[in-house]
Design a binder for this molecule. Sequence first.
Ligand code: BGP
Length: 464
Amino acid sequence: KLKPFPANFFWGGSTSAYQIEGAWNEDGKGPSVIDMAKYPEGTADFKVASDHYHHYKEDIALLAEMGFKAYRFSIAWTRIYPNGSGEVNQKGIDFYNNLINEIVSHGIEPIVTMYHFDLPYALQQKGGWSNRETIDAFEIYAQTLFENFGDRVNYWLTINEQNMMILHGDAIGTVDPNLENPKKELYQQNHHMLVAQAKAMNLCHQLIPNAKIGPAPNIVSIYPASSKPEDIMAAYNYSAIRNWLYLDMAVFGRYNTTAWNYFEEKGYVPTILDFDMEVLASAKPDFIAFNYYTSQTVAASEGDGSDIGHTGDQHITVGEPGVYKGANNPNLKKNEFGWEIDPVGFRNTLREIYDRYNLPLIITENGLGAFDKLEEGEIVNDPYRIEFLRKHIEQMQLAITDGVEVFGFCPWSAIDLISTHQGCSKRYGFIFVNRDEFDLKDLRRIRKQSFYWYKELIATNGEK
Ligand code: BGP
């Protein structure tokens, strides 16, 4: 018999600042690494995005109409500190005060990501996460957030998908790919981010003791491509490098042994200062947030890595010579963008995380990117999205029945926004935003079919 979803379950949705807000240089906002990055040809930049900065009241009203219990969004570090550190930009504080008040006034619980890929460019110019000063800047930024918004924000997420930033450093671009050993540098940055995260968790508990805070990596079950013991070992190792390295540190305050051995073998061992491990061990998250889109399948990699190529998600390469290589999973269907769809893997992932850490879980991203079409009569038919979410929600309920403590589901994305790598034609939202890659049109908001479906699902606490 299925267990019902808990009362007060956080049904909601997610966005991130640079993907939705626009107003990239308004009201004193400084540039982030995202603003300065080059975009793939033919795709929109993030300057206007969904223009949420100017539409936030209308947008929050629509989320309230859907019955959202929680809304996960990120604060742009460069609105608060245009240069990453130094002077606070009051207009940035004002914007988020207004936004949070709007959210709270509709009875929606705000869930705030402190840092979602958009590192201040001024910090990047000084070495970004390679420079320990960025840890201090993050700590001060965190303090500013807790002091200004901690009276209304009870749920905080430290860093979005730190593991993706490190594993696919070229995709988010915090490291120069021309360095002699870019991966060593990435793992140094990783160490600094982990220390920054630990400091933020401690600060949160100190300054706003009633609030809760946790990490928000992308965690997925890893399958071996075959029953060959070598493939099973590759899957085990990749899971340690991709998943547990990040969460073991956040929860247990220590480096995962398999990941550490891999650092040693590959020459990626980061420099650790004396007091770092104490700081890391002293911090504890209250929950684990994670993003899940698809599982991953890997095989053993032998030789020079020339057999490592693109799989599944087409814009990233999965693999490392001698360790693992991405493989297609013939048992799974793919979405229009080549991402494998695996709802059962979602249940497995929930169980894996819960068994390992015994902390409450919240899903902060899950969803389907698709080329939605606006049809005559203001209609957007997206049955594929409904089916994707329904199947994942079913598996989540099975996981809850298994005994996994889940307190919220915030799919990606609440509203259409700009995809991190694939422009605005790849849509994820319940609400259509009328614009094309380069034609901003009128940016009007249109409820998709999935909007009405999700509204009913929330109204029945997931029963329908
Ligand atoms: C996650 C990011 C989001 C979002 C999502 C969808 O990795 O946290 O910011 O972009 O993936 O990915 P994409 O936009 O590449 O389809």
